[in-house]
Ligand binder design. Structure first.
Ligand SMILES: NC(=O)c1ccc[n+]([C@@H]2O[C@H](COP(=O)([O-])OP(=O)(O)OC[C@H]3O[C@@H](n4cnc5c(N)ncnc54)[C@H](OP(=O)(O)O)[C@@H]3O)[C@@H](O)[C@H]2O)c1
Length: 312
């Protein structure tokens, strides 16, 4: 019964691990189980020894009587006018009673109630372990969940070797592949920009949610364009997007650099005269994870590289 219950605990514990994909986890109660088993075996041995003692006592008593009365051994030896076998049997009976006392009184703590008590302790210990494992797994799962849900704020920019990004509120170059990449990456996402960058567009870009930052109180923009007065508000508005993009210009990049998780930069291998620049990328903070070089061609007038940085 005890072993059956223990098996059940072990089974539940093991299955719990299996359920959550940790099939190689080893149940930890083997030591406790072993101790319980050893005690049960010891107890059986004690009772067996007592029983043998009782049988030997009976045979021995008959043997003493036989020796004294039938064979006449020590017939003259009669302390207190009584046959000696009576004293021999009484002394042995005392030893037997002492043995009996030891097994059922002194070692009572190893009896059934004690075993059940031990078992109960084991059960509640395992229940606590399972509960804490459950909590840990739930915490891990919710952490993973929130990590997944967390927005990956990304700066996207095309910058020259000297970090030039614009002049007279215009881009300095035309790189067809860069525009395609910008379109592909930002498609369907929030794009956050400074008022000047917004005004450098002929019209809002299709299939993207525009968030424009300005200090002006009554800035007017086409329908669907969201106007905010701080960068923080812009990021808050885009928080449900898994990857909102900061698309410029120079002022906004500078302020957003510390808040972003990722930078997608198209690095033109050329130097340009400019009035707007991208901030220096601190390589002790940003780790390069991808770098693809492109040679200039009929659609792209300069050599360039698509480089990805993530916050390290
Ligand atoms: N190469 C590229 O990838 C790239 C990308 C984007 C832009 N650009 C170039 O960058 C240039 C524009 O950049 P820029 O630095 O001059 O301007 P910007 O960053 O696009 O916009 C600056 C404006 O944003 C608003 N603003 C900035 N910080 C703010 C804050 N903390 N709170 C509220 N509003 C704030 C202000 O608008 P108000 O004045 O209305 O208050 C400010 O005048 C252009 O030449 C453009 O072509 C290049």
């Amino acid at each position: 019964m005890v072993l059956f219950s223990l098996k059940n605990i072990n089974f539940t514990y093991y299955n719990y691990y299996k359920m959550f994909g940790k099939s190689n986890a080893k149940p930890q109660i083997d030591k406790d189980q072993l101790e319980l088993l050893k005690n049960a075996q010891k107890r059986i041995k004690q009772k067996k020894r007592l029983y043998i003692h009782f049988v030997v006592f009976l045979i021995g008593s008959v043997f003493f009587i036989f020796l004294n009365l039938v064979l006449g051994l020590g017939k003259e030896f009669r302390p207190f006018d009584t046959n000696w076998f009576v004293f021999a049997i009484l002394i042995w009976l005392f030893l037997l009673l002492y043995h009996l006392f030891n097994v059922f009184i002194t070692h009572k703590f190893m009896g059934k109630a004690w075993e059940e008590n031990q078992l109960q302790k084991l059960v509640s210990k395992q229940e606590k372990r399972i509960e804490s494992l459950k909590q840990n797994l739930e915490a891990e799962a919710s952490l993973e969940d929130s990590e997944k849900k967390k927005s990956k704020l990304t700066l996207i920019v095309a910058a020259a070797e000297n970090n030039a990004i614009g002049k007279d509120n215009k881009l300095i170059w035309h790189l067809s592949d860069d525009l395609k990449r910008f379109k592909k990456l930002t498609n369907g996402h929030y794009i956050i920009m400074g008022r000047k960058t917004f005004e450098s567009f002929a019209k809002p870009l299709p299939n993207r949610t525009h968030v424009v930052i300005t200090r002006q109180a009554n800035y007017k923009a086409p329908q669907g364009v969201i106007i905010v007065n701080t960068l923080k508000d812009a990021i808050t508005i885009a928080k449900n997007d898994t990857q909102p993009f900061i698309i410029g210009g120079g002022e906004i990049y500078k302020q957003a650099m510390d808040m972003a998780n990722k930078i997608e930069i198209t690095r033109l291998h050329e130097t340009f005269e400019a009035d707007t620049f991208f901030p220096e990328i601190d390589t002790s903070v940003w780790k390069e994870t991808n770098n693809i070089f492109h040679k200039k061609d009929e659609n792209n007038e300069y050599d360039f590289s698509f480089i990805t940085y993530v916050r390290s």
